[in-house]
Design a protein around this ligand. Structure first.
Ligand code: NAP
Ligand code: SF4
Length: 675
């Protein structure tokens, strides 16, 4: 008997049966754009081997004007069919099923040729779209249908027609973006016409035995978005038009409410999908922040959906389903919803990977095979760099000993996991503990390894991390000054008025820690919805609360400072920085840039501005917290080198500047892969 009976139950679609209820949701990995079709095929085939019921590719454009970017992958030619056949063939040989997502970006297309129902520029794109005329609309429909036909020729099991997230089809549905007065605009019947025609004509063209998933925006989270009644009306019409499955889309890309970031509660929007259950006869998929088999099972068992979409979790662990199926759920590498190596990469034009699994999208290049000779490996430091090295080395057959002077593994991850909204880090450290035990790694905690302890190992890896940088501010030795480590570990008493020195990732984390008291909204869905102004779309159009965000009062009055004059938080994650900035602003945190730190005394922090040290000002504070970045802890590495003992120095001990877990884990994994 499995722990996940709902998740692992087959789903009969009439003409085909999916082996379980897990959909790998569409992700723009950038792989298709490499045109290395073997590499693309291997990415999907690995997930097929991992047991997922159905996969959806990244968004593929039906024509130039609808492609997300110039140069983005399209399905328009016989060559495209040939290339994509490499993927479908590899997936089918691995006993998997795959649908191609057809993505027409409309006004979100990053190019001057973009088109839309009305010429209204989006707030997240520099290009104003051209308004389509009747012929232009017919062309878009024909191109989407053509892409579906070509996808079928390429061997796909189906297509997903992207109708949510504020893309082209979604833009026709709502008056936010559709101001037309012809038969494609005005009444809701008219606004639905284009998405329905697309699905109806696609069904006509591909016949009955081909999956058509329609991704339907169930809560737009933008002004003048759809009501719930309109969503139900559209869903029922989609069923009649020939959709096989409805998938859930949550929020437009321009919405100012987080929908997938780590601070969003798990399965935060499953209740939205549930509202549609029973209103249509075809299966419905739910989505967003579902990252463990337990959460997925619960979502299905409580009738929120017929199937669960997980996208990023399939980057973190391609074998998610297979491990769940054999009762090894604890060994599934967890997606911590950080976006650091996936969406942040996509939006920076880089290939996607995964912070917890650097092999993701690098299946053909970063191969963790058995080592030619088993070596003894000593690793000092059980933070992310040391942990990833240890695990990968052990998986390759090396005999690994891992030292840390702390009495727990995790290093700086243990601080992150105490930050409200970063609770996912807890599961990540637990996963490492499970995996170290599985791999038979000798873990020596509470042990400060010295050069003598390391003698005799074939390989020595120094991953001793970082130390807080000393900002040398007069008065910093006073009793009212503490550092971020003591704050995040709960060891420091912090007063009601706080000045935080340094606005990097840690300065932001510390500020979030200090303004929040009691249960984190990430663990309390109703509170989180109130905080961000999300409500039932049956009560208020598009799910936007009429009073907007209603955050709890801040636990402290925090001022966050930096010396640079650029906006605070500018260098935070590309897709998540805005969330951290908005969250702190909602809690009344004051951002002050371009400062000089003059001195600290019992009244607080004295600052001035500019090179001339003008406009002196006192930030009244009971406590000043130092978050002034970090320097490498290299003392052990230097001692070894002085004795002529070779070692690998990785992670923060190697380069402290803007160290983050992504770089540390990638470096550790790659080192061990080559050992
Ligand atoms: P950081 O991003 O390098 O930021 C350091 C901050 O300190 C900057 O605001 C910098 O701004 C300031 N600073 C630098 N030198 C200073 C000095 N001498 N005196 C006063 N202020 C000084 O480092 P971080 O915030 O420590 O974060 C490190 C990395 O970890 C980042 O990549 C971050 O994304 C990641 N991260 C880690 C965690 C974790 O828990 N481990 C959590 C969040 C983020 P000015 O120079 O303008 O003053
Ligand atoms: Fe999940 Fe972060 Fe990996 Fe993206 S990079 S898949 S969000 S763990």
């Amino acid at each position: 008997m499995t722990d996940y009976p709902h998740l692992l139950a087959p789903l009969d679609l009439g003409f085909v049966t999916l082996k379980n209820r897990v959909l790998m949701g569409s992700m723009h990995t950038g792989l298709e754009e490499t045109r290395d079709w073997n590499r693309v095929a291997e990415f999907y085939a690995e997930r097929a081997r991992g047991g997922v019921g159905l996969m959806v590719t990244g968004g593929i454009g039906p024509n130039l004007e609808g492609s997300v970017l110039p140069g983005a992958s399209m399905m328009t030619s016989a060559d495209d069919v040939k290339n994509h056949a490499v993927i479908t063939d590899r997936v089918h040989r691995a006993d998997g099923r795959i649908a191609m997502q057809i993505l027409h970006a409309g006004r979100y297309a990053y190019g001057p040729k973009c088109v839309a129902p009305s010429p209204i520029k989006s707030p997240i794109s520099p290009f104003a779209p051209a308004e389509l005329d009747e012929d232009g609309i017919e062309k878009q429909i024909a191109d989407i249908v053509n892409a579906a036909v070509l996808a079928q020729q390429a061997g796909y099991d189906g297509v997903e027609i992207m109708g949510s997230e504020g893309y082209f089809l979604n833009q026709f549905l709502v008056t936010h973006t559709n101001r037309r007065t012809d038969r494609w605009g005005g009444s809701y019947e008219n606004r639905m016409r284009l998405p329905l025609e697309v699905v109806r004509r696609t069904r006509q063209a591909v016949g009955s035995d081909f999956i058509i998933i329609y991704r339907l925006s169930m809560i737009d989270l933008v002004p003048d978005g759809s009501t719930h009644d309109e969503v139900v009306q559209l869903a029922q019409a989609m069923e009649k038009a020939g959709a096989t499955i409805l998938n859930t889309g949550i929020g437009w890309h321009e919405a100012r409410i987080p929908t997938i970031a780590t601070s969003v509660p798990r399965a935060a929007f499953a209740w939205v999908t549930k509202k549609l259950m029973g209103k249509v006869g075809i299966p419905i998929i739910t989505s967003n922040r579902i990252n463990t088999p337990e959460v997925a099972e619960e979502v299905l068992a409580t009738g929120c959906a017929d199937m669960v979409s997980m996208a990023r979790p399939m980057l973190a662990d391609a074998h998610f389903v297979a491990k769940a199926a054999v009762g090894r759920g604890a060994t599934i590498a967890p997606c911590i919803a950080c976006n650091q190596a996936c969406l942040d990469h996509t939006f920076s034009g880089k290939l996607t990977s995964c912070l917890v699994n650097p092999t993701a999208c690098h299946e053909t290049e970063l191969v963790i095979g058995k080592a030619g000779r088993a070596k003894t490996v000593a690793i000092v430091g059980a933070g992310p760099a040391g942990l990833s090295t240890a695990l990968t080395a052990a998986q390759r057959g090396h005999k690994v000993t891992l030292f840390d002077k702390a009495d727990e593994i995790g290093g700086q991850l243990n601080m992150a996991k105490n930050v409200p909204g970063k609770e996912e880090f807890r599961g990540f450290v637990d996963w490492y503990a499970t995996m170290l035990a599985e791999a038979g790694i000798t873990v020596r905690l509470g042990t400060e390894a010295g050069a003598d302890d390391l003698a005799g190992y074939d390989e020595i890896v120094i991953a001793t991390g970082v130390l807080p940088r000393d900002p040398r501010i007069p008065g910093q030795d006073g009793p009212n000054v503490v550092n971020y480590i003591d704050v995040l570990r709960g060891r420091a008493a912090v007063g009601k008025r706080v000045a935080v020195i340094g606005a990097g990732g840690i300065g932001f984390d510390v500020s979030e820690f200090l303004v929040q008291e009691g249960v984190s909204p990430t663990l309390d869905l109703p509170e989180w919805m109130k905080e961000w102004g999300v409500t039932d779309p049956a009560e208020h159009r598009a799910g936007l609360a009429p009073d907007g965000p209603q955050p709890q009062a801040p636990a402290r009055q925090v001022t966050l400072l930096q010396r640079k004059s650029e906006p605070l938080g500018k260098r935070l994650g590309k897709t998540t920085g805005w969330i951290h900035r908005a969250a702190l602003r909602m809690k009344g945190v004051e951002f002050v840039g371009g400062v000089n730190y003059e001195r600290i005394d019992e009244t607080g922090l004295h600052i001035s501005f500019g090179e001339a040290r003008e406009n002196p000002k006192l930030i009244e504070a009971d406590t000043v917290v130092l978050c002034a970045g970090q320097v490498s802890e290299r003392s052990l590495a230097d001692a070894l080198i002085a004795r002529g003992i070779g070692c690998h120095v990785i992670g923060g001990a190697d380069v402290a500047a803007e160290l983050d877990a992504k770089r540390a884990i990638d470096q550790g994994t790659r080192l061990a892969a080559a050992m």
